[in-house]
Ligand binder design. Sequence first.
Ligand code: MLT
Length: 261
Amino acid sequence: MDKQQQLQFIGSGEGFPIVWIHGFPLAAEIFRPQLDIPGYRHIAPDLPGFGNSGPFETDEVSMDDYAACVLSLLDQLSIGRALFAGVSMGGYILFAIAKLARERAAGLILIDTRAGADSDEGERKRYETIAAVKENGTKVVIDQMLPKMLTPGTLASSDPARTITERVMLQASERGCIGALRAMAGRPDSSELLTSLDLPVLIAVGAEDTLTPPADSRFMADKISGATLLEIPNAAHLSHLERPEKFNDGVTGFLKRHRIG
Ligand code: MLT
């Protein structure tokens, strides 16, 4: 079964490429506030089964398969090296890219993510969710995930962060959700990989993230030599979308410090 999937993407700007990889069950559009950071070429793919990209033909997918799709998109765009940024599941894909094609990464931005694998309990819950999606569709995932994406204040408002998050979640396909849940359940522990990451790394986390709390980011920052940790106040799991000014300032400082691009 062919696991390659042609990815749709949002592109903007010119310069050294930054690839923005979204989390679950989202799409490229969550990076709107980042796509006009000046001086860079931004590429934000929709992962298979999310946004405008069709799903994999099989549910048996791994983080390596998502990584291969992203790298193949870059091949099509004739992009060799890039800076990779990933939020949550997007971060898990970054670890797969660092393992499979380290030479293509000029640096990493790990946003509200974690290095560890699922616990047995976590894995069991993923399969329960898969069963629920098969029975009742993606609403179950939206009901579970939306309240954890943003702070209660933002969720109760008409802030664009809320509108965008809800809109992209409604676009997620059943097949996309099932594949991603399986891949997340089966992903390896990347903690050991962290100590070998000899490249510029920025780790950003919302101070109020309960899905991948700041302790997970501090753990990564302790393991990665020279990593910068940016903790963003008044932000939950999608800190880059909820507090874009603070996040973008942190990214701009990081890019300058490491002379990326
Ligand atoms: C995500 O935001 O991509 C997911 O919350 C990650 C996860 O469930 O592990």
